[in-house]
Design a protein around this ligand. Structure first.
Ligand SMILES: Cc1cc2nc3c(=O)[nH]c(=O)nc-3n(C[C@H](O)[C@H](O)[C@H](O)COP(=O)(O)O)c2cc1C
Length: 436
């Protein structure tokens, strides 16, 4: 079943000059002199809001991937998608510059405690007036674990068990204050109505927190929960908790299969397909004419650094691609690491292109190059076929991808009546769930 309503668009962002398109920073028109300037992020937020995106979301990791050749040198040396700033410092700047754009933060349940998470996300939800999404991740490479006192990542199932415990604890903390607990009456001296604030007293298998949270109830009550795991356990966590689900399927048919699988899982948790927005990643190069788009795409191919692709894909797959050949080998070696969604996508890509897994795993991600109409045709086709509820769009070239999409593709989607012209609600949840 297709979810009722219009398409949703989310920007996939990093607090650095490269996102998932390897070597994006090398494009001569991509600015590099403002990475640490607030204006870069404020302008980006305004750009996304003018294009009526639901949300700008920062992907994040707590280290530098170093699987490829047992070193971080190729990844960071060649410009992998690194966080050069803590996204939680950048998001308030973006909140300040906008009024409706959703603000997505990625925070790990494996390494952070619920109180920290609830406080930080709650504060952002308060100052943004209810526009926060939390990408609940369990982290995916050992370099992250080593920054938090562990030699390697715990098993994936264990990480997901802890994630659910942390989520439940955060929800208990976010419920400590009633909506009307804040009084601020100078005359009577009543600052808050303390009878409307209570302990959380949460105790689960992994985490324990008493509360109350020190910050009041937020406009959304709790942030929009976002989940992007594709393993069976990851999908169940998404089906139980998430309102926004990211995936990384290779073809429309794989998208339909993913949505159907999620619908079954949602039902098993007493939820329905319309409770979540499922958004696959989608990479596009737009041109005013087809030949301009093709020329842009061809140029992008010339700046790709093959060694960076290997280092990046090693991180996604959780294996050192300098040593791996087949999908089975890669699966066996990955263990607790890497992303099932990325392994699936490479398998799907190999099948669709008639190549081997080893070849697919060594390739940069495919992009669709075309006119606004051609790009909108594909987006509409996926959307109407029930392969998605919209898309997560990474930049190939930052910020031009969003300028091009905002100037050319969004008006075309709006003309077709499948994308909003104005935000229907004020909070991110209202915009995400609103069918109009
Ligand atoms: C669009 C997208 C964005 C993601 N962003 C992050 C991220 O910022 N940080 C992270 O640790 N994992 C990220 N992931 C990975 C997932 O959250 C998940 O941890 C990973 O896929 C491993 O779980 P799985 O094996 O269940 O798929 C992302 C996945 C997708 C599809």
């Amino acid at each position: 079943m297709r979810r009722p309503g219009k398409m949703h668009l989310v920007a996939y962002l990093k607090t650095g000059p490269t996102a998932s398109f390897a070597s994006g920073w090398r494009h001569p028109a991509a600015p590099l002199d403002d990475i640490w300037e607030p204006s870069r992020w404020e302008n980006l937020a305004r750009l996304l809001e003018a294009a009526r995106f639901d949300c700008g979301f920062f992907a994040d990791g707590l280290g530098i991937p170093d699987l490829y050749r047992d070193s971080f040198a190729d990844y960071i040396g060649r410009g992998g998608q690194a966080s050069l700033l803590d996204p939680m410092i950048v998001l308030p700047l973006m909140a300040r510059a906008t009024t409706h754009l959703g603000l997505g933060a990625t925070l790990s349940t494996t390494f952070y405690e619920p109180y920290q998470l609830a406080r930080s996300l709650g504060s952002l939800d308060l100052i943004s007036k209810g526009r926060v999404a939390w990408n609940v991740v369990t982290s995916s490479y050992d370099a992250e674990a080593r920054n938090f006192g562990l030699d390697q990542l715990p098993d994936k199932d264990l990480r997901y068990d802890r994630a659910e415990d942390v989520l439940a604890a955060c929800c208990a903390l976010w419920d400590c204050w009633d909506e009307d607990a804040v009084v601020l009456d100078r005359k009577s001296g009543v600052f808050t109505d303390a009878t409307k604030i209570r302990y959380a007293n949460y105790e689960g298998p992994f985490v324990k927190t008493r509360g109350p949270l020190s910050i009041p109830r937020t406009p959304q009550g709790r942030p929009v929960i976002l989940q992007a795991g594709s393993s069976p356990r990851g999908r169940d966590v998404a089906a139980r908790w998430a309102e926004m689900i990211f995936c990384t399927v290779a073809t429309k048919e794989d998208g339909i299969e993913f949505c159907e699988d999620m619908e079954r899982r949602l039902r098993s948790f007493g939820r329905s397909r319309s409770d979540v927005a499922i958004l696959p990643t989608f990479s596009a190069v737009v041109g005013e004419t087809e030949s301009i788009a093709k020329e842009k795409a061809e140029f992008l191919q010339t700046i790709i650094d093959p060694e960076l692709v290997m280092a990046s894909n090693s991180g996604l797959l959780g294996v050192d691609l300098s040593k791996m050949e087949s999908a089975d080998q890669a699966d066996a070696a990955a263990g607790a690491k890497g992303s099932q969604g990325s392994r699936d996508r490479m398998r799907q890509r190999a099948k669709a292109d008639g190549t081997s897994y080893a070849e697919a795993a060594r390739k940069a991600r495919a992009q669709l190059a075309g006119t606004p109409e051609m790009i909108a045709d594909v987006m509409e086709d996926w959307f109407k076929a029930g392969a998605c509820d919209g898309f997560v769009i990474p930049p190939t070239t930052f910020p031009m991808t969003y300028e091009d999409i905002g100037r050319m593709v969004v008006p075309e989607l709006q003309r077709r009546g499948i994308f909003r012209k104005e935000y229907a609600g004020r909070t991110l949840r209202e915009n995400l769930l609103n069918p109009g």
